[in-house]
Ligand binder design. Structure first.
Ligand code: ADP
Ligand code: MG
Length: 396
């Protein structure tokens, strides 16, 4: 299911056509100003291709979580302005989504021009994947392109529903996610090493179960490791733990052993006396955790063991930091693992919102093969789940 073979913008004649493109323009805003335009910049390749190939481009996206109807706090107008600066051309902003203004502007749109619809979530029908709403969106165009990987795990009208009414292909961002992440999962260069961390086992059960079927080595760090440590009979003090997942942790360890998958857990930890960036901390072996301390990072012995397992990997998939990497004192494990991945020469794929942010903040982004652009979507991809926004597109 993780292997898709979908048509891309290059597989379809867009010249002279009106093309509806679902982008991910869900950018952070502060007082109406865009504070990070990364997602807009990442959309440019697909938009430029379409404009250069003589299409009339109607872009759309959601932004934030407007509750009810048109709330101009969530208007895409700042995105139109930024797009126009980045592309060096006019961007025609519609004042509605499927209303008279959008339809009139779409009808008048010429080849090589770009317009942007208002926030698709101004209509509650968007998230309901309402067919009538999807049909209205589709009625303005002749071709649909989905390039919003970040919402590909949602079956909404603009991410999936419209594909029922138009020829539907993917843009470069989705195509890259499918080929790199899908390729690694369906036909990995071995040894295949998965590194899983982050806060909770319960968030990652699906990912662990799916990857256990595929990898040669599974490394577990971060907050979720302590549930496994407790399952192994260790004292874990006040560390994060999901007591209702201890049996599951035992089953996962047994299932890895049965499949011949090497399963690595921390052998030492950096522990703190409270959940605070400036708490008192020390390093202790995994079987010597004091009852009044909590694990906040993997220790140096563990970092070395993990690095040794990563060295020589053919493919590395990484989701979840090894500790509270937002705090300097507890970022060392994540840094050590990032360094090992960067130096391994493996095809390296980072999935998950906080993991991607950590790798970027710690300065390893350009050393990775691929950092997935969609937090939730990349996790569902790693779980082997079908992504409705991709499944809806036309096969090659
Ligand atoms: P992703 O978004 O990449 O899927 P998660 O959301 O699962 O990652 O995990 C990231 C969060 O886990 C971070 O906020 C980090 O601080 C937290 N975390 C990691 N290790 C620990 C730990 N030992 N104790 C508490 N929180 C932790
Ligand atoms: Mg997260």
């Amino acid at each position: 299911m993780t292997s898709y073979n979908k048509k891309t913008v290059e597989d379809i004649d867009v010249s002279g056509k009106k093309v509806l493109v679902r982008c991910d323009f869900n950018v952070p805003l502060a007082d109406g100003e865009i504070t990070d335009d990364k997602r807009i910049r990442e959309s440019l390749k697909t938009l430029k291709y379409l404009l250069d190939h003589n299409a009339a481009v109607i872009a759309c996206s959601h932004l934030g979580r407007p509750k009810d109807g048109f709330d101009m706090k969530f208007s895409l107008a700042p995105v139109a302005k930024r797009l126009s600066e980045l592309l060096g051309m006019d961007v025609i902003m519609a004042s509605d989504v499927i209303g008279d203004d959008a339809k009139a502007k779409a009808a008048a749109l010429k080849a090589g021009q770009l317009m942007l619809l208002e926030n698709v979530r101004f209509h509650k029908e968007e998230k309901k994947n309402d067919p009538a709403f999807a049909k209205e969106l589709a009625s303005m165009a002749e071709i649909y392109v989905n390039d919003a990987f970040g919402t590909a795990h949602r079956a909404h009208a603009s991410t999936a529903g419209v594909a029922d009414y138009l020829p539907a292909v993917c843009g470069y961002l989705i195509q890259k996610e499918i080929s790199i992440m899908g390729g690694a999962l369906s036909n990995p260069k071995r040894p295949f090493v998965a590194i899983l961390g982050g806060a909770k086992v319960s968030d990652k059960i699906g990912v662990i179960k799916n990857l256990i079927e595929k990898v040669d080595t599974l490394i577990i760090g971060g907050g979720m490791a302590y549930t496994f440590q407790k399952a192994a009979g260790h004292e874990i003090g006040t560390s994060l733990c999901e007591d209702d997942k201890i049996d599951l942790a035992k089953e996962l360890v047994a299932s890895a052993a049965a499949k011949g998958v090497k399963f690595l857990l921390p052998i030492d930890n950096v522990v703190g006396d409270k959940f605070d960036a400036n708490c008192n901390y020390k390093t202790v072996d995994a079987d010597k955790m004091p009852a009044d301390y909590m694990g906040l990072d993997i220790g140096p012995k563990t970092a070395q063991m993990f690095a040794d397992a990563i060295k020589g990997a053919g493919t590395v998939v990484w989701n979840g930091p090894m500790g509270v990497s937002e705090w300097e004192n507890f970022a060392h494990g994540t840094i050590a693992v990032a360094k090992a991945v960067a130096e391994s020469g493996a095809i390296s794929i980072i999935g998950g919102g906080d993991s991607a942010a950590a790798v970027e903040k710690l300065g390893f982004a350009d050393k990775m093969t691929h950092i997935s652009t969609g937090g939730g979507a990349s996790l569902e991809f790693l779980e082997g789940l079908e992504l409705p926004g991709i499944a809806a597109l036309n096969d090659k």
